[in-house]
Each structure stands twice: as C-alpha cells, then as structure tokens.
Design a binder for this molecule. Sequence first.
Ligand code: TA6
Length: 284
Amino acid sequence: MRESPPPPTSQALIKLTHASGSRAQISLFGAHVTSWVDATGREQLYLSRLARLAGAGGKSIRGGIPVVFPQFADTGPLPMHGFLRTREWSVAHSNATSATLERRDDDATRRLWPHAFLAQLAVTVGDTLSVTLAITNTGTTPFSFTAALHTYFAVDDIRAVRVLGLAGLTYADKTRNFARRVDRDEQVAITEFTDRVYQNAPATLRIAHVAPVAPSQSLVLETSGFGDWVVWNPWLDAIRNFDDMEPDDYLRMLCVEAACIAHPVTLAPGQSWTGAQVARPIAT
Ligand code: TA6
C-alpha cells in the first residue's frame, strides 16, 4: 500500500561549520544533508534548483544525500526508497561540527512497515564529510531491510568524470532489465543513461575529474557496513522523467550510493546496524 507521508512541518536546517572552512547543512525533513562545502570552498553535493525543500508535496529533496530505508528503490511494496527521506526527524544532539538526528516508528510508518525501530543519522564535517546511518530494532520481532546513502555528488561536467574502484566487478544494469554485466574498465566513464548496482563491491571508491576539466580534484569514498554501490545518472534521456531536475542537470551530477541491497540486513530485537561513509577531497 502506498501512503502519502504527512506534510512537512519544518523548514528547519542545521548548519555545521569547521575551522577549516568546511561546512554542511542538514534539513530536518528526511535528515537530508543538502550541502557540503569543503575547505577549499567547493560545493561537493548537487542540489537541484527545482528541489522541493522541506518536502513540499511529500516529495523527497532532489539532491544532497537522501536516506534510503527500509527499502532500496522499488524492490518491494513500500514507497520508492522507503519512507525515512520524506519524514520529519528530530535533533538528538549537535555542536558546531556535528549533529545526530533521529527518527522512530509511528502509526503511519507501522501501517506501511509493521516494525519498531530507531534510526539515527550522524553527520560530522571537517577535512571530510562523515555520514553514519544507524538502525536499531526496538521491537520484539526480527526485521530485515535494505538501505543506502543516496548521495548526489556535484560534478563540473559528467563527461570528464571517472569512477575508480569498480574494475572487474559484475553489476546489475537497471537500464537493460537488470542484465548482469562486467565492468572491465579501470575507470568507469558515464556516457549514457546509467543505473547500475555493483554487488559485493569494495568499501572504497574514488570519483575523479579528468581533462579537459582541471584534473585537480578527486573525492575518495570510504565506507563500512554497506557492501554494494549504486551508480546513477539519468543522462539526457531519463532526466525528462524528473520534474524537479533541469534538462541539463545530468551534466552536473552523479549519484554514487553506498548501499546494502544484495544482502538485506536482519536485526533481532535490540540489535543495531550501522552504515558509514567518509568522503575525502584529495588533490590529484
Ligand atoms: O538509485 C538509483 C535510483 O533507484 C534510480 O533508479 C532513480 O529512480 C533514482 O534512484 C531516483 O529515485 P527517486 O525516487 O529519488 O526519484
């Protein structure tokens, strides 16, 4: 049953700032990181100019880091990417450089997914951006879930971007009816509508910019607790399906998503799981 989430009640944003100049913003709606500016002043996350901030109409915010739980994409009966990204969270604690937001089950979520849980998202900004999703089973019966940090990275020009670390891996190609293919390339280039799930993948990837864009900057992604990666770019074909993206936005974004899809996580009552991602800008 697909139920529309309650209307957002807050436009509240949490602003984190580090002495290095690195800073981040998090919306209480969806515990959604909407911006991360690194110490060099570069905005590292794509946020659509058409994004419905604070979830107008119950939609998730287009860009930043949507929190996906308890279902990745439409792999089950729940709303697309689950329901946490379209609900209000609260602040458990925060200081200048970090914040922890939390969200528990309620009548509406239990009608969709009959389990009790505590979700916590911890965000810390410094030389890196660290994001950790923690899920605890606060109920009396086990539950299983899939999850992801659905990160939209900002790129200067998608045609000059390469993803390193996926060579030789098998992926499910959603654009070709989930056909299983192998990436032989040391560096994955995005040249068409791309929607791939790399299963049992390495914990670390690198997003590099190559010529003709100044190859001055790469982003290293170090993760734990996930196991899969999703690489998505709608390209000029599929972007028309998204009324909250501008037609040429595909040139400026790339989703590289730390995910646990292939092996859903099962938690017994009282058990917890954490999935963490640290994004680190490096000079190349
Ligand atoms: O993670 C890739 C994906 O599942 C794509 O298939 C596309 O649907 C994208 O997520 C965006 O989904 P959304 O529900 O946020 O529009």
